[in-house]
Structure formats: C-alpha cells, structure tokens
Write a protein that binds this ligand. Structure first.
Ligand code: MN
Ligand code: MN
Length: 300
C-alpha cells in the first residue's frame, strides 16, 4: 500500500535535510578535527534547516563500525590516515531519514569505501515489493565478496517507523534464512557495512556507550532524575539522544547522580559502540528508501 501524501512529504523533507547535511559534512571532515565539532556542526545544521536530529550524529573511526558520538567535553580528534563514517538522522514530525557516508584519509582503503557504495547501489537496484530478505542478503554478500571484501554479518539495514529507527524488520548484508519480504510503502534504512577479507567480519560491543534512549517507566527517587527524564521524553520521545543534549537541564552538581539513576533503574537503555571483532577498518554507505510499486525511491 502506498503511504499518505502528507506523510510522504514529511519523509521527503527529512530526506532532503539529511542529504544536504551529509554532503556538507563530507567536505568538512578533516584529519585532526575534534570529533565533537563535527557532531555539533551536523546537529546544528539539521536544526537550522528545520528538522530535528533523529539521533546524535555518529562519527565512527576505523574499526569502530557505528554508534560513536562525542560525550560532553570530548577531546578526541580525527586521526591521520583514518576512515570515518558519518551517520546522520533527521526527523520531521517523527518521520525519519537516516543516511551515512564514509570519508577516507587513507588511499589504501579507497576500494573498501567504494565497495560499500557499490553494495548500496546494488541494494537500491534490487529493492522492490516481494523481494525476500534472504535474496537481498545473498545479493549484497556476493557484490561485496566479488570485489575482494567482506560484509559485516551482524549489522543490517532496518525498517523505519514513526519515532522508531529500528522498527523490527532487518535487511541483512549476508545470506540469512528468512521468510520475511519487502512490502510496498515500507521505509528502510539500507546500509551495507564492509570490511577487509581477512577480518572477522562481525562487530562486538565496545566498553563505551554515549548514545541512549528511553526504554520504560520506572519509579525514581531523585527529583533531578525525574526532571531529566521529563526533558528526555518531551524532546526525544523514543529516539536516541546524547548527554550533550542534556546539559543545562538540571544543576551541574546534580547531573551525574541523576543520570546514573536513569541508567541503573533501566529507565534508559544505552547503545555501546560497535567495534569490528578483529580490529579491522569498516566502511559504510547508507540511504533511506521508500518501497514503491515497481522498485524503490531514494529519499536521501
Ligand atoms: Mn544510519
Ligand atoms: Mn540506519
């Protein structure tokens, strides 16, 4: 079924903003640049263009495949000879567009980055109503293997819902037995992740987590924890956020205890960084697409 025109227009607005911000960030990122400056620039551009960040700007370097965003006062910089995934999400009234680009400062990894782009291009070519997830995964895997690289097997594309980034269905980047199929009117974030042939080809959770989201209601003792939670629910609903966006909500001397209670009570969940298990570099390319009658439409 096709989506309502009004909803389609909101997706298109979100898509246009993510595309513009992605292209701006692609030419902004430099070796030696503080990662926090990249995150804040992307997020402020999104707001300036009339959207809201659907999640914190992810800046994931080398073997970090995804889910790194700067914590407050981050001191990290973009290392020399690195490859950098910039992943950006925008929502307009809860309708999300999600896109990513890999910026490469090491010519040794140009082919890796191009392979992620090629795999995304292939995905856009084959996506249409009725396509099985098994077929999708095997086609992407073959596209990547033919070029001498390896897909990251446990990172997938995902169905997108209103205010929900991962709405249940996954688009695998490797062959996977599944009876699930793509349907008209669905929106997906399509994102092949590629690493080198000799890598493990999967990610593991790292120790750090700087991205969080609201999970469920719990009774809280600390009044400042309650205040923080009200701010989170009002501003981000069920979407991921960063502690950078909570600064100034409660007095600085009360912040740490309040935020800790939200985590220990499991009111919030955290997203650990994903690291390639053998420490090898990872490239990513991502578009958000709408499945239409005879194929798909790229929104980003
Ligand atoms: Mn993304
Ligand atoms: Mn995504």
């Amino acid at each position: 079924m096709a989506i309502p025109e009004e909803v389609f227009q909101k997706y298109q607005r979100a898509g246009k903003i993510t595309r513009e911000v992605r292209e701006e960030m692609r030419i902004t990122v430099r070796e030696g640049m503080p990662i926090i400056d990249i995150c804040e620039k992307a997020e402020s551009l999104i707001r300036k263009k009339g959207g809201k960040p659907a999640f914190p700007c992810n800046v994931s370097v080398n073997e970090i495949a995804a889910h790194y965003t700067s914590p407050p006062q981050d001191k990290r910089i973009i290392p020399e000879n690195s490859i950098v995934k910039i992943d950006i999400g925008v929502h307009v009234d809860g309708y999300i567009a999600d896109t990513a680009v890999t910026v490469c400062f090491n010519p040794e990894y140009d082919d890796l980055v191009n392979t992620a782009k090629e795999a995304l291009k292939k995905a856009v070519e084959i996506l249409r109503p009725g396509l099985s997830m098994s077929r999708f995964g095997s086609t992407i895997q073959k596209t990547i293997k033919t070029r001498g690289f390896k897909p990251v097997s446990n990172l997938t594309g995902h169905l997108i819902g209103r205010y929900v980034i991962h709405a249940g269905k996954s688009l695998p980047n490797v062959f996977h037995i599944s009876t699930s199929r793509v349907k008209e009117g669905e929106i997906y974030g399509v994102e092949p992740f590629v690493t080198v042939a000799k890598a493990a080809g999967r990610v593991e959770n790292g120790e750090e987590a700087h991205i969080f989201r609201y999970l469920k209601h719990k009774s809280l003792k600390d009044p400042y924890a309650k205040r923080l939670l009200n701010h989170i629910r009002k501003n981000f609903q069920t979407l991921p956020f960063t502690e950078r966006w909570l600064q100034g909500c409660v007095p600085p001397s009360r912040y740490k205890t309040a935020f800790s209670e939200l985590l220990s009570s499991k009111t919030l969940m955290s997203y650990p960084v994903f690291i390639e298990a053998s420490g090898k570099p990872v490239a990513q390319a991502e578009h958000t697409i709408l499945v239409v009658k005879d194929g798909c439409m790229v929104l980003t």
